[in-house]
Design a protein around this ligand. Structure first.
Ligand SMILES: [Zn+2]
Length: 68
């Protein structure tokens, strides 16, 4: 993902949410390691047939956290 630093430094809420989302994925990747992260992500997408409801997407998505 490419992040525009000019947008992040401003008051662009969408850009800040995207940055937060990707930073959480970065932490997931660091905690799980590449192989486990990719395996968990891909196998979940296959199981759910969609990437949005998978556990690795639930944490960095504020909307999903609010419904837990
Ligand atoms: Zn994501």
């Amino acid at each position: 993902m490419l992040i525009n630093a000019v947008r992040i430094s401003g008051r662009d809420d969408v850009a800040r949410r995207m940055l937060f989302h990707e930073v959480v994925h970065g932490h997931q990747y660091a905690a799980l390691g590449l192989e486990t992260f990719v395996h968990e992500y891909i196998s979940s997408v296959v199981a759910y047939r969609n990437y949005q409801p998978i556990p690795l997407e639930a944490v960095p998505t504020r909307r999903k956290i609010a419904t837990c």
